[in-house]
Design a protein around this ligand. Structure first.
Ligand code: MN
Length: 716
């Protein structure tokens, strides 16, 4: 109970008794759930979530956030599940805990700069609620404060993650105090030796600097007093170790170059005073003009505001001065968290602030208009959280995709070959549909198969331009190849009927026909024939005419004597009519439809009748010996209207490796269902087995294959 007392003392300063007792209930559950668990420090585990809650209580966060902080590790580390949290503390608290848990479950391992940036965005995208980030930051802050108890390897990983991910996030949120502490603790944990050496050097230098610091301090104070300035505060600024280290490392400055600069900050009551102080200081010391920055008029992207100026001090030493109001100072220290921290205080907003272009400007404006935290959070979300999803590749790289992207988009983003041959996907190691919308933080694995091809149906769900254009391009090329294939077979067959053989016709003869047709190539001619834009029989006759000089064709035989073989793998230039749904084994014929290629019908299908008198379009067909793939057929099943009848029927069908593509049940006679089904089969034999199985299924009265009835009188 002792640990809760410290927290509740802080809570009493800004929360009601009822709110605190609700928080205590969360504490009791967390304490019980973590019973027996210990931290690396040896303390009972509960001390950690309480410490996190205290950090957030100092920021005066709202009760749901404090409760979430206390419960933040229970889903991850104990038997407690989200549903229990929903029941006991409501959805808001449960969602916050769940959000923190999800962030805890992803870890950052790559050292690449771009990956760190993406990882930060992923964290933001996953959080969806700014309070989740604040709990996570407080959690990380307490872990960093106690990091010395971790084994070295883990300490290193946590330190890198803190410096590369969490310090920049705190910075992005304008939370200066958090950022500085992350950087100092991260630096000390990652490079203990460098930290110690630098710290000693700074302490030493500070001694040498004291005299000049004091002199500048006195001169500024006297000057401001003389100018009759409204109330102000002067603070000597010390650079923190990590920023010195970074400057030495990244800007190749020497230690003394950095330490030779003297930093001061003047904090005043209002904006107007900032500019008056600036004037007074420029009067006292000569300013370095190109170093003056007015971040009050034009705030930084994270909302930071201040006047920055560099002056030539006594003995010519450079002095960097920041001038800002007390209010701006609090914003600069706490950033987004200032919303909760200064909720009760009145905020006045200056014109300058509304000029900020980046999100913090938006946040400040929202702060003016929004009445409660929830509304405020809703508004912030839109600005802060990206529209993209961030997912992991199996190797741990992070890929950014537009929201709504699917595994197919992911596959094409990696490589068009991967996209073109992808057949399945695993999301977080579970097989999932290729059309699933990806969620930030997921690990995506694409399964490819050599020879697999893009499915035109993918165009219905992909969202990236890259996937769309690749699929379209592939289909177009595929259609072209297939049309050429079909066209050459059609022309061969037509020539055969004229007693000619395509391979024996000299190439010049063919080219002359190509030319006279106004086409570019032989393939183009075949493509046109395959697509039905040109008629094979007419082209064959043209070729025959070209050959006339050398050979006399015998009297043409009726064209249908030699039928064209269908392989089932022709692709989109050969399609199977929906009216009769022919399957391998059925007698078939077809016709060429302009722009679409060959349509295959059941031999007796009445819709063929009209084409039989057009030998140029009509093609007699047969099936190749071996056919691959699935073909759709329509069935009608009459079944007793009883519980489980339909399920039994479906089971019989899937038992024999047949898929149901469409099902429609209609009740008739009160006692029966008439079920219309479209199922897939490989051939007639397969169909026969399926029909037999259905017939023997319980409650089935009758089953028939539906196809258009042949006319009794044939026209020839
Ligand atoms: Mn924790």
């Amino acid at each position: 109970m002792a640990e809760f007392k410290e927290l509740s003392q802080r809570l009493t300063t800004y929360l009601s008794d009822a709110e605190i007792s609700a928080i205590e209930k969360a504490y009791l559950l967390a304490k019980e759930a973590h019973t027996g668990q210990k931290r690396h420090t040896g303390e009972p585990y509960i001390t950690h979530p309480i410490a996190v809650a205290i950090i957030l209580a100092e920021m005066r966060m709202d009760p749901p956030t404090i409760m979430a902080a206390i419960l933040h590790d229970v889903i991850e580390d104990t038997y407690v599940e989200k549903t229990e949290l929903v029941e006991r503390f409501g959805k808001e608290v449960a969602d916050l805990v769940d959000g923190v848990t999800k962030l805890t479950q992803i870890t950052f391992e790559s050292h690449a700069q771009a990956q760190a940036e993406n990882f930060r965005k992923m964290v933001m995208a996953m959080a969806r609620d700014i309070r989740v980030i604040l709990v996570k930051l407080a959690d990380r802050l307490h872990n960093m404060r106690t990091i010395h108890c971790l084994p070295p390897k883990k300490r290193r990983r946590i330190a890198i993650e803190t410096l590369e991910i969490f310090a920049p996030i705190a910075n992005r949120l304008g939370m200066h105090a958090f950022r500085i502490e992350f950087e100092e603790l991260g630096f000390a944990a990652l490079h203990p030796m460098r930290y110690r050496v630098l710290k000693e050097a700074v302490t030493h230098a500070r001694g040498n600097r004291k005299e000049i610091m004091d002199l500048i301090d006195t001169e500024i104070r006297n000057n401001l007093k003389k100018a009759n300035m409204p109330p102000w505060k002067l603070i000597g600024r010390e650079k923190h170790l990590y920023s010195i280290y970074k400057k030495m490392r990244d800007k190749h400055l020497s230690f003394s170059e950095i330490m030779d600069v003297y930093g001061f900050r003047v904090i005043v009551d209002k904006i107007d005073t900032c500019y008056r102080v600036l004037g007074a200081l420029h009067n006292l010391y000569k300013p370095l003009t190109q170093r003056f920055k007015d971040y009050i008029a034009i705030p930084k992207a994270n909302g930071y505001q201040s006047l920055h100026t560099t002056l030539f001090g006594p003995y010519g030493v450079p002095i960097e001065v920041q001038i800002r109001t007390d209010e701006i100072h609090k914003m600069a220290e706490n950033g987004i968290a200032a919303h909760w921290l200064y909720k009760t205080e009145k905020f006045l907003f200056d014109d300058a602030q509304t000029r900020a272009k980046e999100w913090l400007k938006g946040i400040l404006e929202m702060h003016k208009s929004s009445k409660n935290s929830l509304e405020f959070i809703e508004n912030v979300k839109i600005d802060l959280f990206p529209d993209e999803v961030y997912v992991f590749t199996p190797k741990g790289n992070i890929l950014e995709l537009p929201s709504g992207a699917t595994p197919v988009d992911f596959a094409y983003a990696i490589h068009s070959d991967i996209g073109n041959t992808c057949v399945a996907t695993k999301l977080d190691r579970r097989l999932s549909p290729l059309s699933s919308a990806l969620i930030s933080g997921q690990q995506v694995e694409i399964i490819t198969a050599p020879g697999a091809r893009p499915n035109p149906a993918w165009l219905n769900f992909v969202v990236t331009g890259k996937a769309r254009s690749n699929i379209k391009h592939f289909l177009k090329k595929q259609q072209r190849d297939e049309s050429i294939e079909l066209g050459s077979r059609l022309i061969e067959k037509a020539l055969h009927n004229l007693n000619l053989n395509l391979h024996l016709i000299p190439i010049e003869k063919i080219e002359s026909v190509v030319k006279s047709s106004g086409l570019d190539s032989i393939n183009h001619l075949f493509e046109e024939i395959g697509l039905g834009n040109r008629i094979a029989l007419l082209v064959a006759k043209q070729l025959a005419k070209e050959m006339d000089t050398t050979s006399k064709p015998s009297q043409p035989e009726p064209h249908h004597k030699h039928s064209l073989a269908i392989k089932g793998t022709e692709g989109i230039v050969v399609s199977y009519a929906k009216c009769c749904r022919p399957i391998p084994g059925d007698p078939i014929s077809g016709y060429i439809e302009k722009g679409h290629g060959l349509i295959v019908h059941f031999e007796q299908c009445p819709s063929l009748e009209a084409y039989r008198q057009h030998p140029d379009k009509f093609v007699s067909l047969r099936w190749e010996e071996k056919i691959e793939g699935d073909f759709a057929v329509d069935l009608r099943v009459e079944i007793l209207n009883q519980r489980g009848s339909l399920a039994g029927l479906a089971l019989s069908i899937s038992d024999l490796d047949s898929n149901i593509e469409n099902i429609n049940a209609e009740e008739f006679d009160g006692r029966y269902f008439a079920v219309s089904l479209t199922i897939t089969v490989r051939n007639r034999l397969h169909l026969a087995r399926v029909l037999r199985k259905i017939r023997n299924t319980k409650n089935v009265i009758r089953v028939i294959r539906l196809k258009p009835r042949a006319k009794k009188k044939k026209k020839y």
